[in-house]
Design a protein. Structure first.
Length: 262
């Protein structure tokens, strides 16, 4: 895979106009952090192999080489740092649209950072921040997508790929390009308001948690309720069994379906 082959398929104005393709790296997020000071806003890092991939809450991310998408966008947002976590939701929306446009598969979002197809996890997103001053920071949005992988370890019972669900190979370059086109569009809407007021309705249309019973696992607190989608700042709105409505911030919280992965 070459950066030029991705860029030739893109229609972005500024996003990923600078990019790096690595044969092997510990993690695209870690690499982005190492080059952050010299890199341009919107730089794309992709890798053919990742040896220390990680997911949310310190989990590892297993992936085969040369068949999947491992990428990071390095951004320098001019928004309040407390709003930066919402960029995870933008990327989730972009991945869903990209998958649907290219494959026709009914991809959906499992709040806050997973993409599922036919109840199989095909993508995870990890957003990390590097603070430079009190109001200056860089953001790395790492996205791992199982594209053409066909076999998974026995422990990954909920994992799948676009190929396992579609039955044929998918162009990784074309998929990345479509995702980046959508992300740039969503990013510009988001930065106008610094919230999801212009996007949360679209998000909720493809959020698999909406209307489902979920178990919310907070440190020292666990409860069951019904998810009603996200609000304008990306929190998951959950109505507890007691009738109380709470807004769940992603952070260190895990939301799980009561009947299977979603």
């Amino acid at each position: 895979m070459r950066i030029e082959d991705i860029q030739s398929r893109m229609n972005t104005r500024w996003l990923a106009r600078s990019g790096i393709c690595l044969e092997c790296v510990d993690s695209t997020n870690l690499y982005a952090g190492r080059i952050a000071e010299q890199a341009e806003h919107g730089t794309l890092i992709v890798a053919e192999e990742q040896t220390c991939g990680k997911g949310r809450r310190g989990r590892s991310w297993e992936t085969e080489k040369r068949v999947n998408v491992m990428m990071t966008l390095l951004l320098r947002p001019e928004i309040r740092k407390e709003r930066a976590s919402q960029l995870t939701l933008l990327m989730a929306m972009a991945v869903v649209r990209g998958i649907r446009d290219l494959t026709g598969l009914a991809a959906k979002i499992k709040w806050p950072n997973d993409i599922v197809v036919n109840e199989k996890k095909v993508c995870g997103i990890l957003t990390e921040m590097i603070m430079k001053t009190d109001d200056s920071y860089d953001v790395m949005i790492g996205t791992g997508i199982n594209v053409n992988q066909m076999e998974f370890s026995e422990e990954l019972i909920h994992a799948g790929s676009l190929k396992t669900e579609l039955g044929k190979d998918i162009s990784r370059e074309e998929l990345i390009a479509r995702i980046l086109d959508v992300f740039e569009e969503l990013y510009e809407v988001f930065t106008e308001t610094e919230d999801l007021s212009g996007l949360y309705e679209e998000y909720n249309e493809v959020c698999v948690n909406v209307g489902c019973q979920v178990r919310v696992l907070e440190p020292g607190n666990e409860y069951v309720g019904t998810a009603h989608g996200i609000n304008k700042i990306g929190e998951l709105v959950v109505q507890k069994e007691t009738g109380e409505t709470v807004c769940v911030y992603a952070g260190e919280v895990s939301v799980r379906g009561l009947y299977g992965y979603v």
